[in-house]
Write a protein that binds this ligand. Sequence first.
Ligand code: ADP
Length: 250
Amino acid sequence: MLEVDGLVKAFGGFRAVDGCTLRVNEGEILGLIGPNGAGKTTLFNLVAGALQPSAGAIRFLGEDVTGLATDALFHKGLVRTFQIPHEFHRLSARENLMMVPPHQPGERLFANWLAWGRVQRAEAAVRKRADETLAFLELTHVADERAGNLSGGQKKLLELGRTMMTDARLVLLDEPAAGVNRTLLRRLEDKIRVLNRERGYTFILIEHDMEMIEKLCRPVVCMAEGKVLVEGDFRTVRADPRVLEAYLGE
Ligand code: ADP
């Protein structure tokens, strides 16, 4: 599904990603681990089109997507979760979901004016999808709550929900477990698993919570100094002395 070949990102003379090669197969939940500064976030930014690579290539579903911008990748089904942007804090949980689908007819003034009925039907469909998403995430009770008032875990669930409002194929999750309490963590893991198994989503997740990595991810990829250091199942990666060494050198 995703092929990253010899990817490099240099900031001045420093290579944050330094010849990274990686494959992600459809249906996987790939866990990306590694010490701070290993280049994980930079790799995410390159794959999601937020940064331009200095060298190397990225293919998604067989197509060369190197250098494509975030919105072009989004339309192809490659989505990165973002923290809920500041300006959306004052919108409700439901409205945060309803903002996501691109090209809603209501966005065009003319359409509003000329085809009001069609706009209303489209909005009703988006609202229905948002409500189904909230129900799936067990967030119906906070549908009208301002997103800014949600707990850390509820915000992460809502973030996952935003990807469900698109026709995502590959979702990049950046530290989904950070700031989430134990109960909601279980639910978040559960929902990721269901989206993967039943709805065909492929995931790459950056995570420091090794319990979550162990439960959800196969394969696990450990990065260090901008490259893939070790790849395999959780136990193999954990047992590899190079991984321990990389973390000790952090
Ligand atoms: P990780 O996510 O694995 O902790 P990052 O990708 O955030 O690693 O960072 C890798 C390295 O690249 C770090 O040393 C970081 O300081 C550096 N880096 C990241 N972004 C920039 C930038 N915009 N300018 C300069 N250096 C950067």
